[in-house]
Design a protein around this ligand. Structure first.
Ligand code: RB5
Length: 146
């Protein structure tokens, strides 16, 4: 399974830690940058992650900026993306189980690396439950075509 990862300049160190963690769990990582410490614009990298997931180039995405907010907003502008900002594992797990989130976002200025690993692990290990949630996710995605 391939995970697309994208981040802005605030999150290079955390991205590398999470990249290594994700790889250690047996996933392939598609690193979409940035890998430069020069100030950059989070919409560029949120869109890259969103497009990689929506096109099927990657199965899931992880997007990191200072708060996780800007980069998740950018990813969510791509049709087919359900990006969730999570600062703890419970929301991360439920975002998969109930909302079928396909992009996980968090903030490098919000969570430490150990908490970020716990969030990532909870999210990767959780599975979409379907059932009543299937209808609600379908309703969510129909908003995109109105
Ligand atoms: C960059 O300063 C910061 O605005 C960005 O990383 C992110 O937190 C935006 O949502």
């Amino acid at each position: 399974m391939k995970i697309a990862m994208g981040n802005d300049h605030t999150a290079i160190e955390l991205k590398n830690i999470i990249k290594e963690f994700v790889e250690s769990k047996g996933y392939e990582v598609l690193d979409l940058g940035t890998n430069s410490t020069e100030s950059c614009d989070y919409p560029v990298y949120g869109e890259k992650v969103g497009r990689a997931v929506a096109s099927g180039e990657a199965d899931l995405g992880i997007a990191i900026c200072g708060t996780g907010v800007g980069i998740s907003l950018a990813a969510n502008k791509v049709k087919g993306v359900r990006a969730c900002v999570c600062s703890e594992p419970y929301t991360a797990k439920l975002s998969r189980m109930h909302n079928d989130s396909n992009v996980l976002a968090f903030g490098a200025r919000v969570v430490g690396s150990e908490l970020a690993k716990m969030i990532t692990e909870a999210w990767l290990d959780a599975k979409f439950e379907g059932g009543r949630h299937e209808r609600r996710v379908k309703m969510l995605m129909e908003i995109e075509s109105r």
